[in-house]
Design a protein around this ligand. Sequence first.
Ligand SMILES: Nc1ncnc2c1ncn2[C@@H]1O[C@H](COP(=O)(O)OP(=O)(O)OP(=O)(O)O)[C@@H](O)[C@H]1O
Ligand SMILES: [Mg+2]
Length: 242
Amino acid sequence: MTEKTHKGVFIIGTDTGVGKTVVAAGLALCLRDRGVKVGVMKPIATGCLSSDKRLYSTDAIYLFEAAENEYPLLSNPIRFRNPLAPHVASQIERTPVDMKKILWAYHEICRLYDFIIVEGIGGLLVPFMDNYFVADLVKEFNLPVIIVARGNLGTINHTLLTVQAGVNRGLNILGIILNGVPQANLSMAEVTNPRVIQDLTGLPVLGVLPKLSDVDVDHMLFGSLKKTFSEKIKLDTILSPG
Ligand SMILES: Nc1ncnc2c1ncn2[C@@H]1O[C@H](COP(=O)(O)OP(=O)(O)OP(=O)(O)O)[C@@H](O)[C@H]1O
Ligand SMILES: [Mg+2]
């Protein structure tokens, strides 16, 4: 990798369910293909399932499998059962968010791997605790950001709001990935959104990832994700921006 290459990226979304996990996994698969030792992290997961009295996150397992990592507890140090923002889940489950545990796990992953992909939770202003949001964790990890947004009508507003919040907090935004666009018969919004978003934000649209019928986080299906991601997303801009 060149000197300009940073040590990882923080994947944030304009909302929950926009495709952060799919994008993070696609990136992990492609980087592994290039011989990069990739570590993944979902610092906090909520809405976790339980098995043998232990909570687990499907997002974390999906990322973990994509990257073929070895240390699940480092990849997903904090888990809550309720499908809520971390601050709310932590209050209901009477368990404070242990920031020391998150930071320790992050530094261990940085030590063990050459490139780190972190998936956020929901959007930039999802609260972890009083006066601490996803955006604050991005700053603490000191990673550049990729914004994942929907590709269809309505995404201009959500994307611009997210960019504005990120810029106001001094985040380094590498670009935007529009996700989940149909393979054919695109709407006018889906056709025009990449150019409009690029013009209005001044940030690169790093690519448009189509909806893939053989990809499913809940069922651990990767299908054509690696191939399509490498064809549609500007990997070199992610690795060596500018
Ligand atoms: N490009 C795609 N092709 C096919 N299915 C997709 C694609 N992107 C996302 N999905 C599906 O949409 C759902 C939401 O995607 P994903 O889990 O990646 O979103 P997320 O932003 O990580 O959500 P969360 O906020 O819950 O972490 C999942 O079921 C996933 O399998
Ligand atoms: Mg996810």
